[in-house]
Ligand binder design. Structure first.
Ligand code: ATP
Ligand code: MG
Length: 434
């Protein structure tokens, strides 16, 4: 087949054969977030470009290289490259900061970044994110990290390493910036063009540069941990104590700086080595300055986002259990038009019981209908012909065992079938989630 237009590079389709994997991750994300008292928030796919310039930061890779922006009738819009900016804008615009704090919200949404597509790196990808606005307590940092950790465990993932760091506040940052400038100034000629301008405006961004030369030089750069102020360092100590007491394993990695400008104090990443180079499955941190930067009163906040594609890749690699894919509870095999008419109302009564019922729409032979029922994984079939309609009885066939039981084709059919179907489900329950 010569398909005339194909999907854009760096995008992906999710076919019905794979959708159960997405349902699994989305359901567990929602359940986990709700168990910590987070509620879902939804916000637009595109925002005014200014929102991302002000929040993500003008010297970041995301803003400088990766945003999809359009000018429409003189306004400039950008497809969201991440969810935090839209969430905070929405929380502020809807007056939620006037309500009782902290506000705790989550989202499951698509993001768009113009990156070089590779395994685990797409141009349209999906994030489960959570944001907590209003608390400056290190217990809030611990709560977010525990929630992310709990989410990954609920997915059944193993061997995920948690890395944490503190990147301080504007107060500690000013001394650190001086030290970084002094360090990079000496190697200025070797830095890439983007980092040249970063040297003046935001030298920490050089630490996050993907160019091998810049990242090579950055290896020996001064560490932020040596420049933390009293408050930031005691906040970080307290967080580590809480994590220790909750038995959450972590590695302090003084090299994590995160790719977005709004972070302060705690930053963290959950990393797997099972899916190659793009192994960060979840990342986040505190961003105490963001609300103020967007025009609100100073309000501490923090959050994380997990990449759903990378999570599913890791789950596949680690052979984690997914929800079963959608099957058919009852396939009604029909012989003749009278039987088909009968099947239509029989199927509807089964659907009213909350079960999945289907029948032939292709005018197939009995044999071909049975074959199709098998193919779609029907749990039960029932054959309806003139004889069955006349006698008011039919044989219900359990497709897994081949066992047949007589069932009355009366007004109780759907209820009787539902009981059979539930008992089959109970038998198989242990196999659904290991
Ligand atoms: P990376 O270092 O991998 O580029 P990042 O720091 O840019 O990640 P964040 O902005 O923190 O990523 O986004 C949170 C999570 O979203 C990442 O940890 C990752 O799991 C996922 N993610 C980010 N960019 C992509 C992408 N282009 N394709 C797929 N997943 C992504
Ligand atoms: Mg990135």
């Amino acid at each position: 087949m010569a398909l005339i237009v194909q999907r854009p590079l760096g995008t992906a389709d999710v076919t019905p054969a794979e959708i159960h994997k997405w349902y699994t991750v989305e359901q567990i994300a929602q359940d986990t977030a709700q168990s910590y008292g987070f509620k879902e928030i939804r916000f637009p796919t595109f925002e005014n470009t200014d929102l991302f310039l002000r929040s993500v930061g003008e010297t970041t890779d995301v803003v400088q290289k990766e945003m999809y922006s359009v000018i429409a009738k003189e306004s400039k819009f950008t497809l969201r490259p991440e969810g935090t900016a839209g969430t905070i804008r929405s929380v502020m615009q809807n007056g939620m900061l006037n309500d009782a704090l902290p506000q705790k919200v989550f989202y499951i949404t698509s993001c768009f970044r113009h990156e070089r597509p590779q395994a685990g790196r797409l141009r349209e990808f999906h994030q489960f994110g959570a944001e907590m606005i209003g608390s400056s307590s290190p217990y809030a940092d611990a709560e977010m990290i525990m929630m992310a950790d709990n989410f990954l465990k609920n997915l059944g993932l193993k061997n995920i390493e948690l890395n944490i760091n503190s990147i301080g506040c504007p107060k500690c940052r000013s001394n650190y910036h001086k030290a970084l400038r002094a360090f990079f100034e000496e190697k200025k000629e070797e830095l890439c063009e983007t980092c040249h301008s970063r040297l003046e405006k935001n030298p920490m961004r050089i630490l996050d540069c993907k160019s091998p030369i810049c990242s090579g030089i950055a290896k020996d750069a001064p560490l932020i941990s040596d420049y933390l102020c009293e408050e930031c360092s005691s906040h970080f100590e307290k967080l580590k104590n809480i994590l220790d007491s909750m038995n959450i394993k972590y590695v302090v990695n003084p090299k994590i700086v995160r790719g977005l400008d709004y972070y302060t104090k705690t930053v963290f990443e959950f990393i797997t080595t099972d899916i190659g180079a793009q192994g960060t499955v979840c990342a986040g941190g505190r961003y105490d300055g963001l609300v103020e930067q967007l025009g609100g009163a100073p309000t501490p906040a923090l959050g994380f986002a997990a990449g759903l594609e990378r999570l599913i890749m890791t789950m596949e690699k680690q052979e984690c259990a997914f929800m079963p894919s959608q099957k058919c509870d009852l396939y009604i095999v029909t012989m003749g038009e009278k039987a088909l008419d009968f099947a239509v109302s029989l199927a509807n009564s089964v659907r009213d019981e909350g079960l999945i019922a289907e029948y032939d729409l292709m005018n197939r032979s009995l044999k071909a209908q049975m074959k199709y029922a098998n193919k779609i994984g029907a749990d039960f079939t029932v054959v309806i012909g003139d004889n069955e309609i006349e006698s008011g009885k039919a044989n219900l066939k359990n497709m897994a065992t081949g066992q047949q039981t007589e069932i009355a084709l009366d007004e109780k059919f759907a209820e009787t079938f539902s009981i059979q179907s539930i008992s089959l489900e109970l038998e198989g329950e242990e196999n659904l989630f290991n």
